[in-house]
Design a protein around this ligand. Sequence first.
Ligand code: SF4
Length: 343
Amino acid sequence: MQKFAYFDTGHEFPEEIIMAAGFTPYKILGDVHVGTAAANDFLFQYLCPFARGCMAEALSDSEQWAGIGFAHGCDATNRQFDVWKAHVKHTFLHWLDVPMKINKTAQTFYRQDLNQFIKALNRHFDLSISREQLRAAINRSNKIKTVMKQLAALRAEKDIPNPDYFEMTRMAVQEPKEQLLLNLEVMLDDWQNRDPFPKDKTPILLTGSDVTYKEWMEVLEVSGFRVVRDDLSLGERYFNTTIQDFDDPVEALVDYNCRIPQPATKVPSDNRMQYLLQILDETKVEGVILQTLKFCEPYALDAPWVIETLKHHGYKVIPLEREFTPTLDHQTITRLETFKELL
Ligand code: SF4
């Protein structure tokens, strides 16, 4: 099944529509080992390096993709859409204007937007995406989310290194869904039989910019931390919520978009904070790691408020800014080790 690539920044893209169209949704994550050089000729250096890495991947691989979808997330998505239109080879490139709000007006707007996307796919690929196909895709998606949630819950009980969790979440957005479900079920069996949570690791909640490469999860691992809860797109935002059954499956996708743990790009920001406080209440952690990728404005701008609010509720928080690099940053490891001693 051919890949249909998408660029979003907060789990905005409706993968189920692409599944119903007969393609494999493939979330562009860039390749931290390749870097951003190929995109630097087209994009300003102050755009976040993850987004530049995504364009570098598109410049190199887009001819293998049936199409590319952009979903409005942070400013990197809308600033880049026109640049990609001019410079990335494509036969189908679609902008999905996912609203920043989740109120009734935004929902009406988003419903029309999704229906236009379906029409554009039908027209370009000579398809006729039916409600039944969309329902089947939603059903498969829900099964995947359910197993992922079971896997994620084991982080607080079993020996699940951070890079293993990262790999589970990466597979979910890049691999063909039929095989993915089988692989996740095998993984569940493996994780259920792992040793108990290691005594030398400290459970924490991870928030902030999406972590899109496993080497940064390794930084947390060698610093002695285990991520047992998070609100990332390559994480709980992706699987925490299942898609409800509606007569109109497009309506179900609109409703889903309103109920997922919200990223920093959405307004009001209180929804994001509510989720953080809820999961901190559900799972015992020793502290919170709030990391932002360099030039990631949405999460950097929210950081002072998030830190202050969490501290006000009695949680210990460490803020970190990171580069887009697979190299283990020993300065960060030292800071994290000191934080661990203070907990
Ligand atoms: S890291 Fe931040 S600035 Fe970069 S794409 Fe993600 S949300 Fe946008």
